[in-house]
Write a protein that binds this ligand. Sequence first.
Ligand code: NAD
Length: 249
Amino acid sequence: MSKIMLEGKKALITGASRGIGKAIALSFAENGAYVGINYKKSDKKAQGILNLIKKKCGDGLLLKGDVSNPDDVKKFVKKFADKTKNIDILVNNAGVYYRNSFEKIKQKTWDEVVSTNLSSCFYVTKEVIPFMKSGSRIIFVSSQMAFKGSPHGSDYAATKAGMLGFMRSLALELAAKKILVNAVAPGTIDTDIIKDYTKDMKQKRINEIPLKRLGKPEDIANVCLFLASDMCSYITGETININGGLYIH
Ligand code: NAD
């Protein structure tokens, strides 16, 4: 895409040290945004992304912190806002997935998945909204599992469906302030989150996908770029499915 779509915007992306979040951070920065790169653990990986962004003439800020911890969230949102004054775009992307049948899900795992995938959206959005003005954007990275469920992640599916109810409600509430709130629902995207898939499992999934390939992080980043940009001005409360036709509904 040749047009710079986010010139001068300030965008905070959670879980941006790898996978889909990293692709979103790179794409936003290439399009002129100053990016807040939230990450939980790996300083090295996050610094590598910021270096790459700086090499490509963009800029940003590293925001270490666990999105499931409200105190961490307060600190990293403040750090970003102290630097940028306002926040134009928030992408609630951080998430965890453990491939477990319901029988094997322990209370501890349920709590971790709910706090990381769903409660985090409440914590981060709550802190960010005071810094948003008319025209700002909030994007949620949900999942196709929000719609079709999963026999290997009822905890995950519950959080991803919960995100959509939250997203639609916020869209209604924030419409008065002209803040647009939307979601993407990725299918199977080739990132670390599916690193436990064997080669056979991946091939089986590819065979099921009408477009005959797994998704790439950039497939998701491109749609987020559109939702964050002025190209999108009359869509709110919507979920865009990005799944190669695997689940058409
Ligand atoms: P990933 O595992 O590569 O990335 C997840 C990111 O979230 C990582 O950067 C991780 O460090 C971060 N994260 C996890 N817990 C965190 C915490 N407590 N605090 C801060 N950051 C934390 O996987 P991905 O595929 O890039 O996933 C990104 C999002 O896309 C997730 O919300 C995931 O549920 C969603 N998604 C992925 C797929 C897929 O097939 N890859 C499909 C549908 C939805």
